[in-house]
Design a protein around this ligand. Structure first.
Ligand code: HSE
Length: 432
């Protein structure tokens, strides 16, 4: 091998959407600094995407085009396959598995693939002695994967809480800032290109659950499984809830939470009320934030752009630079066999809750509702009912600490009660 060949790291990129094109642009623009810092030349050996004809703002003239990305795995010269196709099945999955099988390193931004098949990928990568890096899969430009894997590694993690879906944070921010309805804010997010092709991934909390499963695998050395993450989205949040929360001193954020509690492991994605003064409440628009609490550092916060061409391409590029020089490492920090199965518990976990119920405005309605809460042993801390017109009265209750199980069964009963109009909205209050 010539000296030049030794210093060249050949990559093949599958998927030329926003991130793929951003990566090509970054490699062109920051070539000097990358070579200076790494002593290596990152060369794009080949690219592949659905359509060759599509107009793109990058020059592909001097790069080999391959119509089927699976062909990348047949080139001995390719050191690393970059998977930027997306989706947890189909071509993205096949490409990642085949690349590993053929001894190629992989860099991917595919959170869904890692959340669904991360452990199979980990086992195969260990067997084939290759690296699979995925910094861009969680929170785009925020370097949280490497931080958890390396900088925080001497610590035991007690909690990871994040706002890790920019689309939902944008929608909730717009509702709050501009008094928009959920539907209007959603359409605005869509117009800006924030919403995933399948909107349910964002607004149903699934995208956050994918990212949380990845963070938990590393932060808690566990075999995180999507089925264990209790996942709720933001569709049922109204402008009334946002305003009521604010008047009571809170903001509503879609939180992805993983924490060790005395009752077991709590793993959830749900819209929650957090104090207006919390650092997490300051994160507006499409930004992301992650709080990691660990035993020798305490709380640390990581905040920045969670998506977009520049931040995501930068995260992919950082992985490529690292992978070009690193020894083989287990993908979740420790060998897959050593990851633990953790007992989950949401039932006994105690919190205060926000409950909004629209009730029929008739004599005795309020005492009927508070009576039901009393039957379940749920104590009310604060209560509000504003002047209103019509036959429907929205009431807001904040409870004292109670178990999620009591709240769940109580809300189930309230939902069936004739005095309630529509479904009650019940949100956990997270004191962070
Ligand atoms: N749909 C994701 C978000 C994109 O809104 O955060 C980045 O993963």
């Amino acid at each position: 091998m010539t000296n030049e060949q030794e210093k060249t790291f050949n990559i093949a990129i599958a998927g030329l959407g926003t991130v793929g094109c951003g990566l090509i642009r970054l490699i062109e623009k920051n070539k000097d600094i990358i070579e200076f810092r790494t002593g290596k030349k990152i060369k794009i050996f080949a690219v592949s995407a659905k359509s060759k004809e599509k107009k793109r703002a990058v020059n592909l003239e001097n790069i080999a085009w391959v119509s089927d990305p699976m062909e990348f795995t047949n080139f001995d010269q390719v050191h690393c396959v970059v998977e930027l196709i997306g989706g947890h099945e189909g071509i993205a999955k096949d490409l990642v598995f085949q690349s590993i099988n053929k001894g190629k390193n992989v860099v991917t931004a595919n959170k869904a693939l890692l959340a669904h098949h991360g452990h199979e990928i980990a086992v195969l990568a260990e067997e084939k002695k290759v690296n699979v890096y995925y910094e861009a899969a969680v929170a785009g430009g925020i370097p949280i994967i490497r931080t958890l894997m390396q900088s925080l590694s001497p610590n035991k993690t007690s909690q990871i809480i994040g706002v890790i879906n920019g689309t939902c944070n944008y929608i909730l921010t717009e509702m709050e800032k501009s008094s928009l309805s959920y539907e209007t804010a959603f359409n605005k997010a869509k117009g800006l290109g924030y919403v995933e092709a399948d909107p349910e991934l964002d607004i149903g909390g699934i995208d956050s659950a994918h990212k949380l499963a990845i963070l938990s695998s590393i932060g808690f050395n566990q075999k995180a499984s999507l089925e264990d993450i209790n996942t709720n989205g933001i569709k049922h949040i109204s402008l009334f809830d946002i305003k009521s929360a604010k008047e009571l001193g809170f903001k509503i954020k879609l939180l992805a939470s993983a924490k060790v509690t005395e009752h077991g492991f709590h793993h959830e994605v749900a819209p929650c009320l957090i104090p207006l003064t919390s650092p997490i409440a300051q994160v507006m628009g499409s930004e992301n934030i992650i709080l990691v609490e660990s035993n020798f550092i305490g709380k640390t916060y990581y905040r920045g752009a969670g998506a977009g061409e520049g931040p995501t391409a930068s995260a992919v590029m950082a992985d490529l630079i690292n992978i070009s020089g690193d020894k083989v490492k287990p993908i979740f920090g420790i060998p897959e066999q050593q990851l633990q199965t953790i007992e989950h518990s949401i039932r006994e976990f105690e919190n205060s809750f926000y409950i909004r119920i629209n009730i029929r405005d008739e004599p005795g309605a309020l005492s009927h509702i508070t009576g039901i809460l009393g039957e379940y042993g749920i104590s009310i801390n604060r209560m509000r009912q504003k002047d209103h017109k019509g036959l429907e009265a929205p009431i807001v209750l904040l409870t004292h600490k109670t178990s999620a199980e009591k709240i769940r069964t109580c809300i189930e009963q309230l939902s069936k009660d004739d005095i309630c109009i529509g479904l009650p909205v019940c949100l956990r209050i997270e004191d962070i």
